[in-house]
Design a protein around this ligand. Structure first.
Ligand code: GTP
Ligand code: MG
Length: 311
């Protein structure tokens, strides 16, 4: 395990992949891996890319990778694919679309399943991002499909959230979706080579004016990932946002609230595995008969078990 960590930290891409596989599989080594990795984290800029299916997120990420590479930065990408309902596995689509960079030096791309969390950001997504951070990736990009909760969840782990919109996708609906406007730090109107992009951008600006005033005013930028236009401006704003977070109260608040959620999530996981273990130990056929005959009930029983644990 130690040698795996050492190799990963030294930039061995296969070792990095192996570590991510271990945490994704929720292996028993996860806790030790994360304990060793954590002190080396906190250096990467984590960018969340979210938006409706087909908005061009992967195409845009592809362009971002190229830009960051040209600045000499190492880029790690985690693309969250919706789990297939049949196998629970991830679909390969994103990996294919980003394959320009798949074997390039300084770029690491990984698809992860969303584990039933539709499009979701899971614990292992975050752990994967932390591993990349620890292994010297300067920028970590997380692509999630926007299907409600995941767009909001991305805020819990990303420093900068880019919301990708497009013309001609039922614009009002995509913009109005509750909670989405608030989480975006940067609006990317992709497919600007198509008609209607200006209108989408103008609509977003109008909506933004209706929100409570914030110190960071989210820019709305026109991009064509296909024609590779507007990407440089987005990168400038991403870097600007990173800079803003590093010295503002909002940045501090955000980092703290992310850490709070992180502790809570880890704690919740620990408690839940204790619950599982304790129940397995206490479960007897006699108890089951009693529950079946309604001599006990799960509520009182759980209460009693909890009392004993807490004593
Ligand atoms: N015209 C045009 N098409 C684009 C642009 N960007 C992406 N596309 C096309 O839009 C389609 C979807 O692109 P993806 O990059 O896979 O979009 P995505 O948001 O990652 O899709 P999912 O991950 O499946 O949600 C592809 O056919 C792209 O070629 C663009 O700037 N202009
Ligand atoms: Mg994609």
């Amino acid at each position: 395990m130690n040698s795996l960590l050492e190799r990963a930290a030294a930039g061995d891409v296969r070792a990095v992949g192996r570590l991510i596989t271990l945490v994704e599989a929720e292996s028993s080594d996860t806790k030790d891996i994360m304990k060793s990795v954590y002190p080396m984290t906190g250096r990467a800029h984590v960018i969340g890319i979210t938006g409706s299916p087909g908005a061009g997120k992967s195409s845009f990420v592809n362009r971002l990778i190229a830009r960051f590479r040209s600045e000499g930065k190492k880029v790690g990408v985690i693309a969250i694919d919706p789990s297939s309902p049949f196998t629970g596995g991830a679909i390969l689509g994103d990996r294919l679309r980003m394959q320009d960079h798949a074997v390039e030096e300084g770029v690491f791309i990984r698809s992860m399943g969303s584990r039933g969390n539709l499009g979701g950001v899971s614990r292992s997504t975050h752990e994967g991002a932390l591993i990349l951070d620890a292994c010297g990736y300067d920028v970590v990009i997380i692509e999630t499909v926007g299907v409600g909760q995941s767009e909001v969840d991305i805020v819990k782990i990303a420093d900068t959230v880019c919301l990708v919109l497009t013309p001609g996708m039922g614009d009002d609906v995509q913009i109005m979706k509750a909670g989405i406007m608030e989480i975006a730090d940067i609006f990317v109107v992709n497919k600007a080579d198509r008609e209607g992009a200006d209108k989408v951008a103008a609509d977003v600006q109008v909506m933004l004016k209706m929100l409570a005033e914030r110190e960071w005013i989210p820019p709305v930028l026109l991009v064509s990932s296909q024609k590779n236009t507007g990407v440089e401006e987005v990168v400038e704003k991403i870097n600007g946002h990173s800079e803003y977070l590093s010295h503002s109260e909002e940045g501090k608040r955000r980092r703290w609230s992310q850490l709070e959620m992180e502790v809570e999530a880890v704690l919740r996981g620990e408690i839940s595995s204790i619950a599982e273990k304790v129940w397995k130990e206490r479960r007897t056929d006699e108890l089951m008969e009693g529950l079946s005959a309604r001599k006990h009930d799960p509520y009182t029983l759980s209460g009693e078990i909890l009392q004993k644990i807490l004593k």
